[in-house]
Design a protein around this ligand. Structure first.
Ligand SMILES: [Zn+2]
Length: 266
């Protein structure tokens, strides 16, 4: 987060985060903090982190990490997390049994400049778990290590596709969660049904393979958390992309709750 916005050409981080800062101030279920701070040029930035504590349920709280804006030129996911937490604040029962930790702007310098890369010129989503020196990556890796999320959802947008799709990393649980997420998004945007998406084989909008170095759980975390990357078409209207992301998020937490209830009854 920029401390003293200096030029009007930059996109306004405070404008984006304002509703969440209001929530953190007024809703006891929302806690707003910084995951970490760093300096780029003469400006201090932070990776904002907002926790939403849902009403308790008969099971241990399910802790999810929600990430957006790793690529600074994909604002729909950022907006979606802001609005999603707003919806949960108004209707907390939607998040019963969950502790959600949202990172709406993982690449604040890129968000400001509307660039995919950060201000050092790097694609942060190729830097994870490779000993990166980029502060954004180090901060987020530390979050992933310490929170030990039960599941992570990362929102992205792709300017080479016409519809929604997602990465399931070859795991059945991820596919089982991604499927309803894509279904839920379809009233807002079509599904990308191509057989090859972003260079990977795809089936009904679900990709098994993925790039290396993307934001992901730490290797070896047991039990392995679910891990979904949800993509909207970056050239579609922002409002539709945002709505599609929000619908997908609701669908995933609903479906995972069903999965947990089923697993407990086995
Ligand atoms: Zn992206």
């Amino acid at each position: 987060m920029v401390k003293h916005p200096s030029t009007h050409a930059k996109r306004d981080l405070y404008g984006l985060l304002g509703p969440l800062l209001d929530l953190a101030e007024h809703d006891d279920n929302v806690i707003g903090t910084m995951a970490g701070v760093f300096r780029a040029g003469n400006t201090r930035y932070g990776i904002p982190r907002f926790m939403f504590v849902g009403p308790r349920a008969p099971h241990d709280p399910i802790r999810l990490g929600l990430f957006a804006g790793i690529h600074g030129d994909e604002p729909a996911g950022c907006e979606a997390l802001v609005r999603f937490l707003g919806e949960l604040s108004r209707t907390p029962a939607l998040a019963a049994g969950y502790d959600l930790v949202a990172y709406p702007v993982c690449n604040p310098t890129g968000y400001e400049d509307n660039t995919r890369v950060n201000s050092a010129g790097l694609d942060l989503n190729r830097e994870f778990w490779r000993g990166s020196s980029q502060p954004e990556v180090r901060i987020l890796e530390q979050e992933l290590r310490t929170h030990r999320f039960d599941g992570i959802i990362t929102l992205h947008a792709d300017d080479t596709c016409d519809g929604v799709y997602g990465y399931a990393h070859g795991r059945l649980l991820n596919e089982a969660l991604l499927q309803p997420a894509l279904d839920a998004a379809e009233p807002h945007l079509p599904r990308d049904s191509r057989l090859l998406i972003d260079g990977f084989e795809a089936k009904s909008g679900i990709l098994r393979e993925c790039f290396k170095g993307v934001l992901s759980p730490p290797a070896g975390q047991q039990p392995h958390p679910f891990d979904i990357i949800f993509e909207t078409p970056a050239l579609a209207p922002l409002e539709q992309q945002t709505s599609a992301c929000i619908a997908a998020l609701h669908a995933i937490i609903d479906e995972y709750r069903r999965f947990i209830a089923y697993a407990q009854n086995l």
